[in-house]
Design a binder for this molecule. Structure first.
Ligand code: FAD
Length: 494
């Protein structure tokens, strides 16, 4: 009989772990508490409109170690269509002045130089830093399985990048922009407004545009839900079992060895290996009662900042409104939507570039803004309903400013709050990408296992600050590589 691997959570990390586990001959079961797989990588239907929650860009759409994972897990196949947007995003200030961020660095550099020739030196320096970030190559193996040779192989290639990491690794975006010292008010205010969150790492910004410049962070037509479904299909075709509506309450431990899980309905499921791809905090401090934590985990969960949760208002519009720009950030710091005072503004995403998102002749538009968890944690019942109603009204007013007259064409409005995210995925405090990438944790990650607990591994966004789909899927693969090593099986990815 094959050893049994039980995976907690059917998000992208759990599905990835499931695929590689089944591929390597383990008897594999994924336990997912929701009625669908995908976790944060999800979408929903309302009156034939398709409202996407997650996918804007997927690092690895054209090459590299992440690309291999997307192919191996059926996220990318011969039928998938990748869209590389020419414009990454647009920022519009409260006076209607526009600032564009192009995906191509040469094009962006030219645009910035046109805006402010006197800033030629900092513009060229910033774009040069971004181009260097193209040299980054994700590791293929988990740290425990890397030989010194792998580091030796990569180091010379990545040397110029290491210089960037050394220079800016401990800097926030704000500090980086201050150091560049742009004279142009337009450039300064646009860049600052993108990162109102004071802690966000400068490298996060530099790397992001580096990926786009290589056309290696495209959008996949169809968005998040079909992406997750393609992974489910691959998993099931490999003989894996996925069970929905199964919430794990505890991990069974005997003699410091994980032996299975207990569901909230009391059912015990025995296993030889347990992989938790669920929310990291719940795994360590609830399912295992904090007994196997370490100083590093305690430090991270106590001190590292989380991403601010989001409110998403989705609109089904009964007319065709075209846009090639995937994200428009509308600055209006201090404006309120419901009880949230906006930190910088709200984003509007018109999905007309993807025909699968709305019936013909109609448009799906999403409005999204950050809203601190403290506003939501104790909001229930009638108060919660009232808040959603207020958000609906305020969001329509915001949309009306961008598309005057649109109110009459609104067919559907759907409001998803941080509480919605917590309810359906269990994510801590609605932090949809886990730990925020800050100067404190940049280039750091957490271990995939716990000291003193055998046959137990973790995968998912909580292990890698900044989160996102690529590290989630990658840690799923790595967990199985570690299980194969422990079981003395040769790991295979195909
Ligand atoms: C609005 C938004 C936009 C985003 N945009 C992008 C983007 O463009 N590109 C990108 O790369 N990333 C993006 N992300 C981030 C990305 O979606 C996440 O980082 C990634 O999906 C996390 O995957 P995960 O499997 O680690 O965790 P999750 O998706 O949180 O999955 C955890 C799963 O475990 C299940 N679970 C939890 N507890 C239990 C339990 N006790 N028992 C059983 N099951 C349980 C949950 O239901 C869930 O399915 C975005 C996220 C959001 C919300």
């Amino acid at each position: 009989m094959s050893p049994k691997v039980v995976i907690i959570g059917g998000g992208v990390a759990g599905l990835s772990a499931g695929i590689y586990s089944a591929l390597n001959g383990f008897d594999t079961e994924i336990l997912e508490m929701h009625s669908v797989a995908g976790g944060q990588c999800t979408a929903w239907e309302r009156k034939n409109f398709h409202f996407d929650y997650c996918l804007h860009w997927l690092v690895g759409t054209s090459k590299g170690a992440f690309h291999d994972i997307w192919k191996e897990t059926n996220v990318l196949n011969d039928q998938t269509e990748v869209i590389d947007h020419e414009i990454h995003s647009k920022i519009v200030d409260r006076y209607g002045r526009e600032f564009i961020i192009y995906s191509n660095i040469d094009r962006w550099e030219k645009y910035l130089l046109e805006i402010s020739p006197e800033d030629s030196s900092p513009i060229r320096r910033m774009c040069k830093d971004m181009r260097k970030s193209a040299l980054i190559e994700p590791f293929t193996l988990p740290p425990e399985l890397r030989s010194p040779l792998e580091y030796v192989r990569l180091l010379p290639k990545m040397f110029p990048l290491l210089v960037v990491v050394k220079k800016f690794g401990r800097m926030t975006c704000r500090e980086y922009f201050e150091k560049l010292n742009f004279k142009s008010e337009k450039i300064r205010s646009a860049l600052y407004s993108m990162y109102e969150e004071v802690n966000f790492s400068a490298l996060g910004f530099i790397f992001m545009l580096g990926w786009f410049n290589q056309k290696n962070a495209g959008y996949i037509k169809g968005g998040s839900y079909p992406l997750a479904q393609r992974m489910v299909e691959r998993f099931v075709n490999l003989g894996g079992k996925i069970s929905y509506g199964k919430k794990v309450e505890k991990i069974i431990v005997e003699n410091n060895k994980a032996k299975g899980v207990i569901l909230t309905d009391g059912i015990h499921i025995p296993a030889d290996f347990v992989v938790s791809a669920a929310d990291g905090y719940s795994t360590i401090y609830k399912m295992l009662d904090g007994k196997y934590s370490s100083r590093k985990f305690d430090h991270a969960y106590k001190n590292w900042a989380l991403f601010n949760p989001l409110v998403q208002v989705s609109f089904g519009i009964n007319q065709s409104i075209k846009s090639d720009i995937p994200i428009v950030l509308n600055l209006c710091k201090g404006t309120t939507i419901g009880r949230t005072i906006l930190n910088s503004g709200y984003s509007v995403m018109n999905y007309s570039y993807d025909i699968t998102m709305a019936p013909e002749g109609k448009t799906s538009i999403v409005l999204r803004y950050e809203s601190p968890w403290k506003l939501w944690e104790n909001l229930d019942g009638e108060e919660y309903k009232k808040e959603k109603e207020q958000i609906r009204k305020d969001a329509v007013a915001c949309l009306e400013k961008i598309y005057p007259g649109i109110t009459d064409s609104i067919e559907v409005i759907d409001v998803a709050t941080p509480k919605t995210d917590v309810k359906f995925t269990g994510v801590k405090e609605g932090s949809y990408e886990g730990f925020m990438l800050s100067k404190e944790n940049m280039m750091k990650s957490l271990k995939m296992y716990l000291p003193k607990l055998q046959n137990f591994y973790m995968a998912g966004q909580w292990l890698v600050p900044g989160g996102g789909l690529p590290p989630s899927a990658q840690t799923g693969k790595w967990a199985v590589q570690l299980i194969c090593k422990k079981s003395k099986r040769k790991f295979r990815a195909k």
